[in-house]
Design a protein around this ligand. Sequence first.
Ligand code: GDP
Ligand code: MG
Length: 423
Amino acid sequence: MLTGIVGINWGDEGKGRMVDLLSEEYDIVVRYQGGNNAGHTVINPLGKFVLNLLPSGILRREVVNVMGNGMVIDLQHLSGEVARLREGGIEITPENLKISERAVICMPYHVLQDCLEENRLGDAKYGSTRRGIAPVYGDKYLKKIIRMGDLKYPEYVKKRLKDIVEWKNLFIEKAYGDEAISYEKMLEWITRYGNEFKDYVTDTGVYLNEAAKQGKKIMFEAQLGALRDIDFGINPYTSSSNTIAAYAPIGAGVPNLRLDNVIGIIKAYSSCVGEGPFTVEATGDFAHDLREAGGEYGAATGRPRRVGGFDVVASRYGVRMQGADCLALTKLDVLSALDEIPVCEAYEVNGRRVEEFPFGEDLAVAKPVFRYFKGWKCDISKARKMSDLPKEAAEYVEYIEKQVGCPVRYVSVGAERDAYFVK
Ligand code: GDP
Ligand code: MG
């Protein structure tokens, strides 16, 4: 059984929370794209954890976790993240963590480049997490990278790094006028942090194929959501990788395998980190109340997230791009705080009503067409079946399911592992 767990919206839908819950049934969890710009918060009986690079199955002892070739890995960050989890009592060894030899190393100069470019853009910035993600994916396409498997060949790393640093400094010194990066420092960095993870590096494609052959259950965990996909998201305010489920077999190292099902994680309202069009964006007291009720601050960066009502147009598009078979609707409990719940049913683009997610400048000028649901104004965090929900909340769930055209399988009413029910 191969299952994708992916985001339908702008990210932060609660993927980590759902992977932590559903991985009980799985043998392996694979992260197939992205880097430490991800922030997956998991609250379970072991404590509260924020995962940036590690798959969210790492908190279950029996689960093997794989970091796929589609990922970009900041080794220093990984070192810190692993140390943090170990302090929290989580065991991490080459037995339960396997890193693809094809995964790309995100170097300190990528982080530097990310910052230099965001600073250069000033007010027109993309809202990057400044963790080097766009520059390192850019270099992947330019084929000027060092991969995890290269760590086994120190002489090759030296030679390659020397060439790349020379090339990088053309931009850093001559284009941005910043201080040149030092080859020696970069070599020291990659040697120090690389040595820590050498034993975790393997051909994860072979490993996963073998596991699939043995009938093992494998979960593919995405970072961010459909609207941040490099091909189908809101350019240029996307991430720099493919977040969609169709990419999961590629980014995991098993392009020969097909997913059996895709679970789309969808939030009961909207939130968005970073810049760019966000049609349903709320302001003022309403935004403040929703942000506070939902704790909408970036897990990776602490930035306050932009928030708004549920967006049918964007979510329907997200469901389609993900090819979701069913949905997990999260954070329904957060809406208990609201008197009135706005839902964006359509957009208005230059006086026209639009129900398909628009491209480019049409999206930039789109206005939301809202309809309002009456709030239920009571605690629903103890609900464990549909019939425990007040009538208004149950109707809201049914409405979303119908509008986005995909069945809701799980309803999450709290951040803790067991605060959910199956619809
Ligand atoms: P991810 O990036 O998709 O994994 O999501 P994040 O972890 O960035 O954001 C989701 C946040 O909501 C986390 O802080 C979770 O602990 C929390 N959360 C997840 N599901 C629920 C839920 O159903 N109700 C509430 N109140 N919080 C939730
Ligand atoms: Mg997140």
